[in-house]
Design a protein around this ligand. Structure first.
Ligand code: NA7
Length: 295
């Protein structure tokens, strides 16, 4: 049976993911709160739903990729819960709290609707290219049902455990991401202050033991002072809040992540929340009295 797939949330991540579902030949229906953001996908052949309720009523697989836990709850515990057919599968690919994911699963299960949490990593580039890492929590049969859709959007699909565990692993991922972002920032500030050529520095270190996705993708952006977001500071900060809350619940100290949370806070206070998360370097530049790169 061919399932109709619905996609809610066509932001920086969602629009690339939905486009890849369409490219893979799935029968796709989309909805976005700001309606103009759906135009491109509709032009490519997606059906447009008038509301999340209409989308949920028409589709057997409903995927969401919106901002934060309250946004996911507003959609999934509202229109989707009341309009989706029993037997359908809801897949939330946003990054929210693990507990928030479990609340969705429980409410939907009471109406015979399955749920997976499947947050992603790989930035806007990974979303556009269909090379995301997808961390999935939920029952094995639901993961297998969802696998063809995941394969259209991602390259590394890992069933990590029960509902909520996908989100926990995503938080692990974010601890790693921001730690690397801090070291890339500190390294570039040091290189700038030392007077070495930044492009040659990146060329020299990117292929060795210090290499990383962040260094390769965001290092050159920092040098060009290109702050366009692959992932915004506001969303990065949201993820760090989720990390710190989860760590608090289990009593784990988070020294590095806690400090980076505060550094991002200084940038938000300065009105930079919509810049890319690599603008973390600006917080270190201020401390050092150094500006990296430029024309
Ligand atoms: P963006 O580019 O900020 O996009 C967020 C999307 O979520 C966008 O389509 C929003 O609609 C939508 N959104 C946010 N809140 C709501 C509510 N309450 N109702 C309906 N739709 C909503 O974020 P990304 O694509 O980078 O990231 C999305 C998620 O993946 C996030 O959890 C990341 O951490 C990972 P809009 O267009 O603003 O009307």
């Amino acid at each position: 049976m061919t399932e109709r797939v619905g996609f809610i949330g066509l932001g920086i991540m969602g629009r690339g993911m939905a486009a890849n579902l369409l490219k893979a030949g799935f029968d796709l229906t989309v909805w976005n709160r700001t309606s103009g953001r759906a135009d491109e996908l509709v032009a490519q052949g997606a059906n447009l739903a008038a509301s999340p309720a209409e989308l949920a009523a028409q589709c057997q697989v409903i995927i969401s990729c919106v901002s934060d836990t309250p946004d996911v709850h507003a959609l999934l515990l509202g229109d989707v819960l009341t309009s989706a057919q029993p037997g359908s599968l809801v897949i939330d690919m946003s990054t929210i709290s693990p507990q928030g994911a479990r609340v969705c699963a429980e409410a939907l299960a009471a109406r015979g609707i399955a749920f997976l949490d499947a947050p992603v990593s790989g930035g806007s580039e990974g979303a556009a290219k269909g090379t995301l890492s997808i961390m999935v929590g939920g029952a094995t049969e639901d993961v297998e049902r969802a696998r063809p859709y995941f394969e259209a959007m991602g390259k590394t699909i890992t069933h990590v455990g029960r509902v909520g565990d996908g989100q926990t692993v995503k938080l692990v991922n974010q601890i790693l991401v921001v730690g690397t972002m801090l070291s890339v920032s500190e390294a570039l500030v040091f290189a700038q202050a030392s007077g070495v050529d930044l492009e040659r520095t990146l060329a020299a270190v990117s292929g060795g033991a210090a290499g990383s996705w962040t260094l390769t993708n965001r290092g050159p952006q920092c040098i060009k002072r290109d702050w366009r977001p692959g992932f915004t500071i506001d969303l990065q900060q949201k993820d760090l809040r989720l990390v710190l809350q989860a760590a608090d619940q289990i009593g784990v100290p988070m020294l590095g992540t806690g400090m980076i949370f505060q550094l991002y806070r200084t940038l938000q206070a300065d009105g930079l929340g919509e810049e890319g998360n690599h603008a973390l370097i600006k917080a270190l530049e201020r401390l050092a009295g150094v500006e990296v790169g430029g024309l």
